[in-house]
Design a protein around this ligand. Sequence first.
Ligand SMILES: Cc1cc2nc3c(=O)[nH]c(=O)nc-3n(C[C@H](O)[C@H](O)[C@H](O)COP(=O)(O)OP(=O)(O)OC[C@H]3O[C@@H](n4cnc5c(N)ncnc54)[C@H](O)[C@@H]3O)c2cc1C
Length: 307
Amino acid sequence: MIFDCAVIGGGPAGLNATLVLGRSRRKTILFDDNKPRNAVTAESHGFITRDGIDPQEFKRIAQEELSRYLDVRIEKQRVRHINQENNLFQVETESGDVYSAKKIILSTGFKEVLPDIPRVKEFYGKSLFSCPFCDGWELRDRPLAVIAADDTKAIHMAKMVSNWTNDLILCTNGSKDLSPDDQEILKNNGIRLNEKKITGFIGKEGMLERIQFEDGTSVGRVGGFIAAEWKQAASFESSLEYTLNELGGIETDSWQRTKTAGVFACGDTRIAGPSQLIMAAAEGSMAAMAVNAELIEEKFNQEKQQA
Ligand SMILES: Cc1cc2nc3c(=O)[nH]c(=O)nc-3n(C[C@H](O)[C@H](O)[C@H](O)COP(=O)(O)OP(=O)(O)OC[C@H]3O[C@@H](n4cnc5c(N)ncnc54)[C@H](O)[C@@H]3O)c2cc1C
């Protein structure tokens, strides 16, 4: 069987793409190995009607909705290889199964690369986060830290987080790159600066209590935000060609088309700025419409040539 579209990655981007394809009567296969970027969190915020939902519950509801569409199939396994042969794509999974599809949607997401600080993973997603729009409300008016070594990210994140609390410390984890102008901005806005190397986080069950520094001092903080690095979550081999933007996201046009004809990308994998579930879902919807539009055009062109 040849699928109209193979969607690789079943987070909000891939799920919404699949929904729109299913409703467009497209034979669609969605691959997902369920390792989303927000796996570390118990609550997801900012998606209207789903504010505060457990991300796994979000996925369960989405998959239930997809089960109404008979042309949709979900394969809960990892894709390890995508190859293009003539006008078709061959998608190979980790168990060695091979599926053919006319179009590909990449919705494989991004992963954070956290700073190398002992115990950081214990707190990330519980009291340390990456996006104040996602988790700032829950931490409002509390003693917080911004942890960022890169000077541009540090000043940006400190300004942002100051919107949610007046008790803020910017920890640069040993970096001393902040310009005198930026230091002045912090001072004038009551944001304290700590340039010491962080040696660890103290707290219980992921809830931060103190940040410890290399000189033995520590400061009480109940949470904060980390300006992390990002990398692509997918590691499959592929003969597909695409260009990456300056943040490492796959570049597309406004119809989510990549450099390779027939291949689309949506959600965090084409990250170009702030990222949230609702944005990923919207991009998935757009990618599915673009796939649908191309398939319809191809059908009409074929009929024209045959006439
Ligand atoms: C700590 C934290 C808290 C967050 N809180 C919020 C919040 O409150 N609100 C909010 O809106 N956003 C939040 N986010 C951001 C949100 O998680 C992302 O923006 C969103 O998950 C992006 O959706 P996506 O579909 O692009 O990718 P993902 O949700 O990451 O989904 C990608 C899927 O593709 C799968 N996949 C990858 N490679 C393959 C492969 N080769 N084969 C098969 N499957 C594959 C993965 O296993 C995964 O299931 C948070 C992120 C973090 C890190």
